[in-house]
Ligand binder design. Structure first.
Ligand SMILES: Cc1ncc(COP(=O)(O)O)c(C=O)c1O
Length: 401
C-alpha cells in the first residue's frame, strides 16, 4: 500500500521554506511512529507563534506571555494559580516536594503510575517520602472501597509512614478514571486532612471525550475539582515542544516556584515556549478526539484480525498481544521498519498522536494481516481470543512515557 503523510489539519504542517527539508522528512517519519504521543513535533505555525511572545525574564516574574499562559491554564482548571515548567516529571515532583514538609510521610498511588514507575525514584529522592503502591482490584482504576481506604495510614503507629498525599493519574495507560470514583476518593482524602494530587499529563484526552474547546472551561474544572494540585502536560497529546503546568492554590504555587528555582528549573526567557504551548492548546486540543477515533478504528481492526487486546482502548493508546496469531513483536517491529515507508513501533503499546497518518494505520494493519496469512500458510491455526479476557489487570507492557 502506498503511503502519504496525512497531516489532519494545516496547523500540523511543516514546510521546507520555514521548517527545512529535514523537518518535513521528520514529520513524515513521526506520522508513522506509534511509540508515544511525545514524539509529535511542533508545526511551523506553533513555533512562529513563539516568535511573537514577550521576551522578559520569567525567573524575575517579568514575562507577560508566560504569566498569561499560566493564568489561562489555571483558570481553565478552576485553580488559583499556575506554574509553567519544563516537564511533567518536574511538575509532579514539585507538587510532592511542596506538599510534603515533614518526614516520615507517604504517597499512596497506583502501582502502575508514572510518578512511581517512571520518575527515577523522585518521590523518595526529593521528598524523603515512602510510597504505598496499590494494584487496582478491578484492574482498571483505584476505588475507595477496595483499594484506597485500607491502604491509608492515618494513625500514629510509629512503625509506618503516615499517608499525606494520594496521587491519581488520568488517563493511565490511556484509560479514563471514572469521575464518580475520583469524587468519592477526594471526599475521603479531604475528610482525613490529606492532599489529592493528579498527574493529569493526559487529562486533555479525557476532556476531549467530554466536549470541544468551547466546553473546555466547564469540563476541565469539573474533572479537576476534587484535586488540590494537578500537573497538566503540553508536550504529550497537545504536541508542544516543551512544558507542563502545575496548578493549585496561590500559596502552594508560590512555594512550588521557590522549589522550581532550587531544582534548577527556572527558565529565563520562557515566553516563546509558553506561546507555543498556548498555541498547542488552542489548535491541537480539538484534534484529540480524532486521535481517539483513529485509535478505536485500529483497535477494532486488530481485534478483528485475532489480536488480544490487553487494556481497553479508551483514548489514544492500545495494548495488544499477537501471540494468538503466532507473531512476536521483534519480528513485527523489524518488518515494519523494513517497509518502503517505515513504521516504528514500541513494545506492546501503540500510541496515536495528532500527526499520526491514517495511511500509517492502514499500512500497519496490512502488515499484520500479511504476517498472519504467512503463519496460516505455514500451518498455524489462530487461537480464538476469549471475550472478556482482553481487559483487566494487565501489569506488564505498561510503558507510560
Ligand atoms: C502520565 C505521565 N506523567 C508524567 C510524565 C512525565 O512527563 P515528562 O516526560 O515531561 O517529564 C509522563 C511522560 O511521558 C507521563 O506519561
Amino acid at each position: 500500500m502506498v503511503s502519504t503523510p496525512l497531516p489532519p489539519s494545516s496547523f500540523h504542517s511543516v514546510t521546507a521554506e520555514i521548517g527545512g527539508e529535514e523537518n518535513v522528512k521528520m514529520l513524515n517519519a513521526i506520522s508513522r511512529d506509534f511509540r508515544s504521543d511525545t514524539i509529535a513535533i511542533p508545526s511551523d505555525a506553533m513555533l512562529l507563534a513563539g516568535l511573537k511572545a514577550s521576551r522578559g525574564d520569567d525567573v524575575y516574574d517579568e514575562d507577560p506571555t508566560t504569566a498569561a499562559f499560566e493564568a489561562r491554564v489555571a483558570k481553565l482548571a478552576g485553580k488559583e494559580a499556575g506554574l509553567f515548567c519544563s516537564s511533567g516529571t518536574l511538575t509532579n515532583q514539585l507538587a510532592f516536594r511542596t506538599w510534603l514538609t515533614q518526614p516520615p510521610h507517604a504517597v499512596l498511588c497506583d502501582v502502575r503510575s508514572h510518578v512511581y514507575c517512571y520518575e527515577s525514584g523522585g518521590i523518595s529522592f526529593h521528598s524523603q517520602a515512602a510510597t504505598t503502591t496499590v494494584l487496582p482490584t478491578n484492574g482498571h482504576h483505584l476505588t475507595l472501597e477496595d483499594d484506597v481506604e485500607h491502604n491509608l495510614v492515618l494513625d500514629d503507629n510509629i512503625l509506618q509512614a503516615p499517608t499525606k498525599v494520594v496521587a491519581l493519574e488520568n488517563t493511565l495507560s490511556g484509560t479514563i478514571f471514572p469521575q464518580e470514583e475520583i469524587v468519592k476518593i477526594g471526599r475521603r482524602v479531604h475528610e482525613a486532612g490529606l492532599i489529592l494530587h493528579l498527574d493529569g499529563a493526559r487529562i486533555w484526552n479525557v476532556a476531549a471525550e467530554k466536549g470541544d474547546l468551547d466546553a473546555l472551561p466547564v469540563v476541565l474544572k469539573e474533572l479537576l475539582d476534587p484535586f488540590d494540585s494537578v500537573s497538566l502536560c503540553m508536550s504529550k497529546g497537545l504536541a508542544a515542544p516543551i512544558g507542563s503546568v502545575l496548578v493549585g492554590p496561590a500559596a502552594f504555587i508560590k512555594k512550588a516556584k521557590h522549589f522550581r528555582k532550587l531544582f534548577g528549573g527556572g527558565v529565563r526567557q520562557s515566553g516563546g515556549l509558553a506561546a507555543s504551548a498556548d498555541f498547542a492548546l488552542t489548535h491541537n486540543f480539538p484534534e484529540l478526539k480524532r486521535t481517539h477515533i483513529l485509535t478505536k478504528r485500529l483497535n477494532d481492526a486488530l481485534k478483528e484480525l485475532g489480536a488480544r487486546l490487553t487494556v481497553p482502548a479508551e483514548t489514544n493508546m492500545i495494548f495488544y498481544d499477537l501471540k494468538p496469531l503466532n507473531i512476536n513483536f521483534a519480528d513485527l517491529h523489524e518488518r515494519a521498519l523494513a517497509l518502503p515507508n517505515p513504521i516504528r513501533l514500541g513494545g506492546s503499546r501503540i500510541v496515536v498522536h495528532v500527526q499520526t497518518s491514517e495511511s500509517a494505520v492502514d499500512d500497519l494493519l496490512a502488515l499484520i494481516s500479511e504476517m498472519k496469512e504467512e503463519e496460516i500458510s505455514k500451518g498455524w491455526t489462530p487461537i480464538p481470543v476469549v471475550e472478556g479476557s482482553s481487559s483487566g489487570a494487565a501489569t506488564s507492557g505498561y510503558g507510560s512515557k
